[in-house]
Design a protein around this ligand. Structure first.
Ligand code: NAD
Ligand code: IPM
Ligand code: MN
Length: 351
């Protein structure tokens, strides 16, 4: 098999981690007898600053023929985030109907959690984040600029199709895993969207009698991610709540630099996109110390999506081995003093 992958390294540490991870993916492909051809697109804020656009007008058409997309990060201190993100990353998720965002949070052996008393294997859940609507629908506007009665309106949109799709994907995952689903809402305050969400969870739950359902409000859930993370299995949340909770999920399992994600179009009409959960990390740009593991694991999720499960398992195993080895190189986010390239070279030697 030969797979055509569009690589969009983006901004900040995005190119550092995506370019560093590339040989890892090429090695694993060769070992498993498939071809992985990565085409690199220099889209991002530098392009915006030079040419006035994050990507070409026909950017999505250009990407449409690929088997998958590998993205680094988007966001640059010189341009407002709502401009950069709404002209590259978010249009891809939305335009390609990548409605299911899957974000595992796993505490690996050998990785220290900031939570006392947690060891490798103690935390292992996955967040199913609705990825194309909800609070990110960006409907609304600003009225009466400069006046005392100026107002900004930002609406959230929850469709039955979109909500059922993410809820069902989460139930499917729970049925395959430990059989426990936690649905996150703010239905005590948000009567329209979140009560609707609760109703849909209730309806869909009837199709999955083997899955136990827990409902949590997002404020309490944020606390419980810290107080009792070991009790979560599959967590389903709206776009914004899923975003916030997955940064908590990343840090309680050691680092933003370890958390991967998959943005899936369940109908497979369009390419799905794989990217680390973290951003462009302006505080460490150019130091050569960005942790590439979140990107490597995003590549593992991509391999699995492409049907190359054995290659995916090998990538997960190489990372697991490395993290468990106290003598292996580690980037500073994990308490080490090694660089991105050292981690990549060591991973390649373990494949
Ligand atoms: P961030 O994830 O970029 O950084 C948060 C913290 O985590 C920083 O201290 C950073 O150094 C650390 N970190 C992140 N990735 C790391 C890695 N691979 N290795 C080691 N340390 C790592 O979040 P932020 O600072 O809030 O955002 C920076 C920019 O990135 C903003 O412009 C934001 O909008 C954007 N952003 C983009 C994405 C994306 O493209 N998917 C995600 C989050 C944030
Ligand atoms: C993420 C990021 C993005 C999001 C931002 C940069 C728009 O935080 O992928 O987690 O909120 O989805
Ligand atoms: Mn985020």
């Amino acid at each position: 098999m030969a797979y055509e992958i569009a690589s969009i390294p983006g901004d900040g540490i995005g190119p550092e981690v995506v370019d560093a991870a590339r040989p890892v993916f090429e090695d694993v492909a060769e070992q498993h007898g498939f071809e992985l051809s990565l085409t690199r697109y220099d889209w991002g804020t530098e392009r915006h600053l030079e040419e006035g656009a994050m990507m070409p007008d026909d950017g999505l058409e250009e990407l449409e023929g690929y088997d998958a997309i590998l993205l680094g990060a988007v966001g640059h201190p010189d341009v407002p985030d709502h401009v950069t993100l709404n002209n590259l990353l978010l249009p891809i998720r939305k335009g390609f109907d990548q409605s299911i965002c899957k974000r595992p949070a796993i505490l690996f052996d050998g990785v220290e959690s900031p939570l006392e008393g947690y060891d490798g294997g103690d935390i292992e859940f996955v967040v199913y984040r609705e990825n194309t609507e909800g609070e990110y629908a960006n409907m609304g506007g600003q009225e009466h600029p400069g006046h005392d009665h100026e107002v900004a309106i930002q609406s959230a949109v929850f469709t039955r199709t979109g909500t059922e799709r993410i809820v069902r994907a989460a139930f499917d995952a729970a049925a395959e895993r430990e059989g426990h689903l936690t649905s996150i809402t703010k239905s005590n305050a948000q009567a329209h969207s979140m009560v609707f969400w609760d109703q849909i969870v209730e309806e869909v739950s009837e199709e999955y009698p083997e899955v136990t359902v827990e409902r949590l409000l997002v404020d309490a859930a944020s606390m419980d991610f810290i107080r009792r993370p070991e009790e979560f299995d599959v967590v389903v949340a709206s776009n914004l709540f899923g975003d916030i909770l997955t940064d908590i999920g990343a840090i309680i399992t050691g680092s933003m630099g370890l958390a991967p994600s998959a943005n899936i179009d369940p109908s497979r009409t369009y390419p799905s996109m794989f990217e680390p959960v973290h951003g462009s990390a302006p505080d460490i740009i150019g130091e050569g110390v960005a942790n590439p593991i979140a990107t490597v694991l995003s590549g593992a999720m991509m391999a699995d999506y492409l049907g190359e499960e054995a290659a995916s398992d090998d990538l997960w195993d190489a990372v697991t081995d490395q993290l468990a080895d106290a003598d292996a190189p580690r980037t500073p986010d994990l308490g080490g003093s090694s660089g991105t390239e050292d981690v990549v070279e060591d991973l390649r030697s373990r494949l």
